[in-house]
Write a protein of this length. Structure first.
Length: 110
């Protein structure tokens, strides 16, 4: 079970963009910055690298997380919404909420 948690966390969390910041108090945060992002994968990774190089390294060194992030970025908004909803069910990912939203908010600058 612990391995499964790590696998899910690695694939969903680091991609969902990926990250280590403060959690958001709301049980249902507004995910529209992620769902409606126009950022490319290179932009997301550049923003992640700028915000948290360790998290960026975790994503690039984990093929599952990397593939998940690429799929998220390549998906249309409704596909992203479904992927984000799935990732939100993983308690281990809650610690990454702040960083994920930072990356979503700044990736257009890269």
């Amino acid at each position: 079970m612990r391995m499964m948690t790590k696998l899910v966390a690695g694939s969903c969390g680091l991609a969902f963009a990926l990250t280590a910041g403060a959690g958001i108090a709301s049980a249902s945060p507004d995910v529209s910055p992620i769902v409606n992002s126009t950022c490319t994968y290179p932009q997301v990774m550049a923003a992640l690298n700028a915000e948290n190089p360790d998290a960026a390294n975790q994503v690039t060194s984990n093929p599952i997380a990397n593939a998940w992030l690429q799929q998220l970025v390549a998906s249309p908004p409704e596909g992203r919404r479904a992927m984000v909803a799935q990732a939100q069910t993983v308690p281990a990912l809650q610690q990454y909420t702040g960083l994920i939203f930072q990356v979503a908010g700044t990736c257009n600058n890269y």
